[in-house]
Design a protein around this ligand. Structure first.
Ligand code: FAD
Ligand code: A2P
Length: 363
């Protein structure tokens, strides 16, 4: 049968809707399949991802959920730092503890603009004096340990949790420059502050999200801020954010006397037993199953089933903060824990990271 040119063109055009239809069906199929394979480890799409700043966050912000994009960053830069005044500086350790760890608070009220921050950010400190070459000291970063409302709930202070660095070299004890400066500083003294910086460790906005926290030593600083935001009565009234999820803190310290903010956490546990779990790894007082020092990764392994049940929930976020050296140990523990559930940690971790649910700040 012979066809004219116009018949061929018309016939071809008539197939276009069919081709489009088939293409659409194939695309839908692919999208559905992608949805299925990633569903248990994807970001919580219900989250509006908001962190209110002090200015835009009056007493009740339950319905106002600004996005992470509104998080203040670098309000004060190294060339023109804010000059804060120390209001408090006290030891967080009990008798018999190892080393020196202090809680230090700075007054920010004279700032114009006000140095505002949110839970999970850090600030920079420029120590007074000069280095060996006669140049000003470089900035050191410290995780903020207070909520945006500050320890006194007035919104114009920031607190840090600082361990004095001390190490032996050639038979001499060397003191870290900035950590020693901060631990020795007295109320009334002025300090150069920069920042705030960092968006890696921000809390999710959802009141029913779950938050797993893995901290060693001063890595507790951002977690202290999270837990105050979640469970401190005055904070809850002030922030209009009523945490309803599960928060689980794994805390590593060398001795019981070195546990930081322990009484506060015990009080939260008593008051919110369904929402807060607190698991300690006291390395120099407890042994792991192999007879070695008890580290938080050993505790992670002990609780792997429950942890992975939580992690499978897309509303669960994991935060890791403190010693850089703990990262391989945590990875190893998560690998074993995942394996026990038939999961592959080296595949899961990037998925969690991509979904904004795996947060790491180690130093
Ligand atoms: P420095 O005088 O700068 O000395 C440090 C240097 O000493 C090292 O670079 C290394 O060269 C050398 N050194 C260190 N240990 C040894 C050793 N054992 N043997 C030989 N040489 C050694 N710290 C806190 O206390 N609390 C916090 O909340 C906190 N948060 C941080 C958040 C972030 C994002 C980062 C990046 C760091 C954080 N730190 C925190 C660490 C902090 O920034 C400083 O690094 C720390 O206080 C040491 O500074 P320093 O000036 O006292 O020491
Ligand atoms: P240890 O020092 O007994 O080996 P701090 O900063 O107050 O010293 O606390 C840090 C805690 O983290 C200590 O209990 C320390 O144990 C522990 N720690 C040290 N190395 C690791 C590691 N690689 N993984 C996990 N925890 C660690």
């Amino acid at each position: 049968m012979a066809y004219s040119e116009s018949t061929v063109v018309i016939g071809g055009l008539a197939h276009i809707p069919i081709v489009i239809g088939v293409f659409w069906l194939v695309q839908q199929n692919i999208l559905n399949r992608q949805g299925k394979t990633t569903s248990s480890f994807t970001a919580n799409t219900n989250s509006t991802s908001s962190i209110p700043t002090q200015k835009s966050a009056p007493k009740t912000t339950t319905t106002s959920k600004p996005s992470h994009q509104n998080v203040p960053v670098n309000t004060y830069k190294p060339k023109d730092p804010f000059i804060g005044k120390v209001t408090e500086n006290y030891s967080l350790l009990k008798e018999g503890a190892i080393g020196r760890v202090n809680h230090i608070t700075f007054d920010l009220s004279s700032g114009n603009p006000l140095l505002q921050y949110v839970e999970g950010q850090s600030i920079g400190i420029i120590p007074a004096g000069e280095d060996a070459k006669g140049k000003p000291h470089k900035i050191r970063l410290y995780s903020i340990a207070s909520t945006r409302h500050g320890d006194n709930y007035k919104g114009k202070t920031v607190s840090l949790c600082v361990r004095q660095l001390q190490y032996e070299k050639d038979g001499q004890t060397i003191d870290g420059v900035c950590s020693t400066y901060l631990c020795n500083i007295s109320p009334g003294e002025k300090v150069k502050i920069t920042g705030p910086v960092g968006k890696e460790m921000l809390l999710p906005d959802d009141e029913d999200s779950n938050v797993i926290m893995l901290a060693t030593g001063t890595g507790i600083a951002p977690m202290r801020a999270y837990l105050r935001r979640m469970f401190d009565q005055k904070e809850r009234q002030k922030n209009g954010w009523e945490f309803k999820g599960k928060a689980w803190l794994f805390m590593g310290a060398p001795k019981t006397a070195n546990l930081l903010y322990d009484e506060d956490f015990e009080a939260y546990k008593k008051q919110y037993p369904d929402n807060f779990r607190y698991t300690k790894a006291i390395s120099r007082e407890q042994n792991n199953s192999k007879g070695g020092r008890m580290y938080i990764q050993d505790r992670v392994l002990e609780h792997s089933d429950e942890l992975f049940e939580l992690i499978e929930n897309p509303k669960t976020h994991i935060y890791l903060c403190g010693l850089k050296g703990m990262e391989p140990g945590i990875d190893e523990a998560m690998t074993a824990a995942a394996q026990a559930k038939g999961l592959n940690w080296s595949e899961l971790r990037p998925q969690l990271k991509k979904a904004g649910r795996w947060h790491v700040e180690t130093y």
